[in-house]
Structures are given as structure tokens and as C-alpha cells.
Design a protein around this ligand. Structure first.
Ligand code: GRF
Length: 202
């Protein structure tokens, strides 16, 4: 399974996926695309001998024009699976639809709670006792695609957003490679906005 990872920053989830792509694994990270030239994930990719492409938005460029260029870069890798790993741009419906059922994302909350940004502080402010991460299929509505796998962490009294984020990140690194492996092993499908593992609805 040819896996293409889209990043904007640190790339710690990219690293977790690279670390699981052993020679005997059913998937290979064939490329990394970043919308930022200074994303640390690019360093990680190069260290692992993975091809990288930067697709940088030009001043005044609209989303459709950017996404056309992004789409061309994505298609050039002929990926079987697109993995969004901290890619901080909203993708146009056309692009999402073109890869529907073959595009996944990790979001730092227990979806459907806390879509969008600043999820850790918002979970603390809401008095949640549990928080976590969700891997989901990507559909045109933001953070609304069917959830595949979640991992929970406790929220402690006097927790800080930073400490909570660390706890959540650790879980992301465990669950994201597992979902990539499920997909690569042909165990995971999305039909009518429902995720299935081994034919069973999730
Ligand atoms: C993660 O917290 C993920 O949930 C969110 O962006 C962050 C990416 O972190 N979508 P990294 O770049 O993988 O370290």
C-alpha cells in the first residue's frame, strides 16, 4: 500500500508511521507533502530517505488554485492512502471527494467533541474528565468523517493544555500507525459515510 503523508509541522505522527513501515510491513511511505518549507517533518522524511514535495501557497492564491497544484503533487505519487498528519489547511470538497475512502486524519479530541482548534484547552475549560485522539476518514465536512479508532486519556485536576497535549500525542502515535496498517491489510473500508473493520461497522 502506497502511503502519502501530508504535514505542516513537527511530524511526530509521520515519524510514528515511518517507524511502523518496516521492510515486512504491508505499507510503504512513498512521499511526504508539506505546505511549509520549514516543517520539521521534512527533516524526518529526508532522514528516512522519503521523497518530499513542498506545495506553498502563493500570496493571493485562492483555495481552488492551490488545491489544483496540491492535487497534481498528490497524484504524482500515485498513493493508495492519503494520511493527513497535522496538515493545517482545509481541503476543497473536490479534492476530498476524489480521495474519499482513501484519506484519513488524526484529530486531537474524542470526536464528535471539540472539532477545530485548541482542543486541549477547550477540554480543560469544559471540565472534561476524559479527552483523547480520534482517527477518522476525511469527508468534506471538517472533522466530521466517520471515526475509525479513538484513544482516551484522563484529564487531571490542575492539568495544563501542554501536559494534556503530550498525553494525547502519545496516544496518536499508537493508534495512527495501527489504522494505516488496517487499511493496508484491506481490513478497513468506508461505505456511505460509515467505517467498517473486517466488514463490521465501527
Ligand atoms: C496532532 O496533534 C494532530 O492531532 C493534529 O495535528 C497535530 C500534528 O502533530 N491534527 P505532529 O505534526 O504529527 O507532531
Amino acid at each position: 500500500c502506497r502511503v502519502l503523508v501530508l504535514i505542516s509541522g513537527n511530524g511526530s505522527n509521520l515519524q510514528a508511521i515511518i517507524d511502523h513501515a518496516q521492510p515486512k510491513a504491508s505499507f510503504e511511505v512513498v512521499g511526504v507533502i508539506s505546505n511549509k518549507t520549514d516543517a520539521y517533518g521534512l527533516v524526518r522524511a529526508r532522514e528516512a530517505d522519503i521523497n518530499c514535495t513542498c506545495v506553498i501557497a502563493t500570496p493571493g492564491e485562492n483555495r481552488a488554485a492551490y488545491d489544483d497544484r496540491l492535487r497534481a503533487a498528490i497524484d504524482s505519487y500515485q498513493p493508495d492512502l492519503l494520511v493527513l498528519a497535522g496538515f493545517m489547511r482545509i481541503l476543497s470538497d473536490d479534492l476530498v471527494t476524489a480521495y474519499q475512502g482513501r484519506m484519513i486524519n488524526v484529530h486531537p479530541s474524542l470526536l464528535p467533541k471539540f472539532t477545530g482548534l485548541n482542543t486541549h484547552q477547550r477540554a480543560i475549560d469544559a471540565g472534561e474528565q476524559e479527552h483523547g485522539a480520534s482517527v477518522h476518514f476525511v469527508i468534506p465536512q471538517l472533522d466530521a468523517g466517520p471515526v475509525i479508532l479513538q484513544a482516551k486519556v484522563p484529564v487531571f485536576e490542575d492539568d495544563s493544555a501542554e501536559l494534556l497535549a503530550e498525553r494525547v500525542h502519545e496516544q496518536e502515535h499508537a493508534i495512527y500507525p495501527l489504522v494505516v496498517k488496517w487499511f493496508a491489510d484491506n481490513r478497513l473500508k468506508m461505505v456511505n459515510n460509515q467505517a467498517y473493520l473486517d466488514g463490521e461497522p465501527l
